[in-house]
Design a protein around this ligand. Structure first.
Ligand code: NDP
Length: 489
């Protein structure tokens, strides 16, 4: 029996004009029918969000009332965490260990932004005119188009919906066509939480017929996009037509830097997490290991032993450490890049092999790229469990290699030398620097990149302010007649 999912538009659940099959990456078999949103559905969703933005049952709510709705949503996410985790694991192949932990934490994002809703304050200005009062109102920007890729859809939408709703915006959320099941289920929680119709709309569909229509819609005020740089360019071109704002969370080719003075065992564990957790399908994957030459062999030995011991298996088995890749296309691309890099002189020291007949599995791969520093595995984001290794001689060399990419999302730094950690942090071109740790996130801490990794920040107060605009209000306090009308006041 195939399971069927529905869109959520203007407070109602509906089938799309067409449906498409979603594959279980662990078996390669279809397991569910997803509704496909096209131009008409996207247009209805945006118009519903636009109406809701102005309607008194949303626009008239106090910030504290919006906070209550967000708290209720967090409670429901917690209540349904097991089901949401199971759906995400089934539809994307992400291991159940990770989806369970991540979804429990997703609730914290909604709680954080619930807490922030009534702290988005305006200001009063000490204006330089004695007969004037001037104050600033922080107002929601309007309809937000939120677009997420298939990995961590619940998490990546929470970092958009939380601040946007706290600020008073309304949202049309597009789930990726790959693995949309958890978000389509999440829509039921939005409904149950009691958000007025049209405040949150959730749909899925293909990039050109759905995503492009959404991002170019004239009623969209802000596009919050997570995905790859090529799609981001299309998104920016489309939204430019209406001069909509954009925030872009894109990919990375993040360096993971290990100095000889580091705790190598701890660094090796963090490196395994950085590149093999989520089968490397993570924007912050630490996919370029830069290791000080004197400890390169010792560190690689540790890593190879750990990579070979990674338990690959069914994503719904709690013992599994690495599941399949999300799509066959993704696995094929990884194989192609490994082959092309090997042809250019990179040495595959372990992994990169298919596992089993069914599903999209591959083993954790490590390539020593000392002889091929420009190989595609070093320069391109692969979104898979593939680690490229380069050696460096000193801090300057490490920085040169670390910054030798157009991306700038994250960087990991392992050293016990405090002053060096500060020097390196200053020089690293990345939106997030993790020192002696990796892959740590929190709703309290802003996250984002620069360069090809995008712009804008998710998390923290800055994200909520990003969904607001300032209204400057002037009040004349004098009862005297307005003087000379031909002179600016
Ligand atoms: P894509 O850029 O291919 O897709 C992202 C989203 O954009 C999907 O929902 C996709 O829909 C949609 N889309 C596709 N075409 C258009 C269009 N013309 N207009 C509007 N939307 C469109 O990314 P992937 O799904 O391949 O995800 C991987 C990428 O996401 C990697 O680069 C990764 O680094 C990045 N990422 C960044 C994160 C961050 O926070 N910085 C976090 C996670 C991932 P559909 O799937 O239906 O085609």
């Amino acid at each position: 029996m195939m399971r069927r999912f529905q869109h959520y538009i203007d407070g109602a659940f509906e089938d799309g004009p067409a449906g498409f099959e979603s594959l279980d990456p662990a078996t390669g078999e279809a397991w569910a029918i997803m509704p496909e949103a096209r131009e008409a559905e996207v247009d209805r969703a945006v118009r519903a969000a636009h109406r809701a933005f102005r309607a008194p049952d949303w626009a008239g709510l106090t910030a504290s009332a919006r906070a209550k709705l967000l708290h209720r949503l967090a409670d429901l996410v917690e209540r349904d965490a097991s089901e949401l985790a199971a759906l995400e694991t089934r539809d994307t192949g992400k291991i159940i260990r990770e989806t369970r932990a991540q979804i429990a934490y997703v609730a914290e994002y909604y709680r954080y932004y619930a807490g922030l809703a009534d702290k988005i304050e305006g200001a009063h200005l000490p204006i330089d005119k004695p007969d004037m009062e001037v104050w600033l109102r922080r107002e929601p920007v309007g309809v937000v188009a939120a677009i997420v890729p298939w990995n961590s859809q619940l998490f990546l939408s929470a970092v958009k919906l939380g601040p946007a709703l706290a600020a008073g915006c309304t949202v049309v959320l597009k789930a990726s066509e790959e693995g949309p099941a958890p978000l389509l289920h999440f829509a039921r929680l939005v409904h149950e939480a009691g958000f007025p119709a049209g405040v949150v709309n959730v749909l899925t569909g293909f990039g050109a017929r759905c995503g492009a229509v959404l991002t170019s819609h004239p009623k969209v005020a802000h596009v919050a996009f997570t995905g790859g740089p090529d799609t981001a360019r299309m998104v920016v071109r489309n939204s430019a037509e209406n001069l909509a704002r954009t925030s872009l969370e894109l990919g990375g080719k993040s360096p993971f830097i290990v100095f000889a003075d580091a705790d190598l065992d701890s660094a090796a564990n963090a490196q395994v997490s950085a590149i093999f957790a989520a089968a490397g399908q993570s924007c912050v994957a630490g996919s370029r290991l830069l290791v000080e030459r004197s400890v390169k062999d010792a560190f690689l030995e540790r890593l190879m032993a750990k990579a070979r011991a990674v338990r690959i298996g069914a994503p719904d088995d709690p013992e599994t450490e690495m599941g399949p890749l999300c799509t066959a296309r993704q696995r094929d691309r990884i194989e192609e890049v490994i082959a092309a890099s090997s042809a250019q002189g990179a040495r595959l020291v372990t992994g990169g092999e298919r596992v089993g007949e069914a599903g999209f599995y591959t083993t954790p791969a490590i390539l020593d790229c000392s002889e091929a520093p420009e190989a595609p595995c070093v320069t391109t984001e692969l979104f898979g469990p593939v680690l490229s290794v380069l050696a460096f001689d000193d801090e300057a060399d490490a920085l040169r290699l670390a910054n030798g990419t157009d991306y700038g999302l994250a960087a990991g730094l392992f050293t016990t030398n405090l002053t060096r950690a500060h020097r390196m942090t200053r020089g690293l071109e990345a939106g997030v620097v993790w020192i002696n740790t990796y892959r740590a996130v929190s709703p309290i801490a802003p996250f984002g990149g620069h360069g090809l990794s995008g712009h804008g920040r998710e998390g923290g107060l800055a994200a909520a302010l990003d969904y607001t605009t300032i209204k400057t209000v002037w009040l004349r306090t004098s009862d005297d007649p307005i003087p000379d009308p031909f002179v600016m006041r």
